[in-house]
Ligand binder design. Sequence first.
Ligand SMILES: [Fe+2]
Length: 392
Amino acid sequence: MKITKKTACCIMAVIMIIAAVPFTASAAPAESKALQFGEDGKFTIMMFADIQDDENVEETTIALMNDSLDKYKPDMVVYLGDNTVADGYDKQLSAIKTITEPCVTRGVPYAIVFGNHDQEQGVEKEDLLKMYQSFGCLTYDADPNIYGCGNCNLPILSSDGSKTAFNLWLIDSGSRNPDKEVGGYDYVRKDQIAWYESTAAALKAQNGGVTVPSVLFQHIVVPEVYKAMYPVFPIKVGSYSTYDGKTYIPIPSFSSHTGMTLEPPCPPYVTEGQFESWVKTGDIIASFHGHDHINYYTTSYEGIDINCVPSVGCNAYSNELVRGVGLLTLDENDTDSYKYELINMFDMALSENSTILNADGAKSKAYYTFIKIINKFFMAIHNVFIAAAPNK
Ligand SMILES: [Fe+2]
């Protein structure tokens, strides 16, 4: 068939329109089934933190995600940032497609927050968000004028569908502090905090003046984690007095937390009052963070729990003692509390019908058994210290 110049132009135009379709997602959330508590009153959220991989995603990471989804069948998934670090647009798109496929193929709704590394590969977060949205991601940019990208909230309906029973906050904690003299990681800005407060007030008004209980997902932990978990050194030591002018001993007090903390947390050195805003607003019962790959803990400060979810991936640093996925269970009949547990990699590798052992890069069954024994030993020791420690 002879193709004239005009026909060729038409074909090219059609191809361009088709090619553009997946990336014309608007700032509004994609059309999807509403998030809703089940008939049992429960809503479960699986958390994948710090996959931090390129277009050739580690097979063990995908196997762990697949097996965990199949075993626990969560109502939704949240990717906790540092999701992909592939070089350039096409490879980032490929990496995002690969890491979201476990959810997409199972029809599990999912949302993301960005970490400090996602935008470091030559693709802006706005473009990354469009990629995620083209694969059904629920995250949207509620107010593109405020700092960061993908700041938004997702309401969860009550089991009878009559009202918003719970709310999820997704906040972008940025990358690096642009003030090089101060240094360290980025921090949540005043305009993000103002947006959070005004949106929380609107939710409360829509809920007949009753505060809507919430949890918050954000890659980088708030500096208050030090006040919650770490003893203050009696004298100030120059460069270590970074968070609030005090110097903290980098070993957490045993009575301050549960879990396994294998590295000091890395919050930003400055704050514009994000945590105080949570306390003042009164809706957030707990926050969940990635970023510190080998930490799994729950601590509490001023009545709000701060949780760390360790890395699901192993492309960046990780530790098999805590590598895994987070599982959060909310209960519409008891919105003051929640259950957070770590689904360990070693347990999933040792479980029946695991696909992890067949994945490229997996260790042997004997290895995972050994890691499990070490983990249980450490946890037992930790629990003895917790029991013996004076209450804070
Ligand atoms: Fe990370």
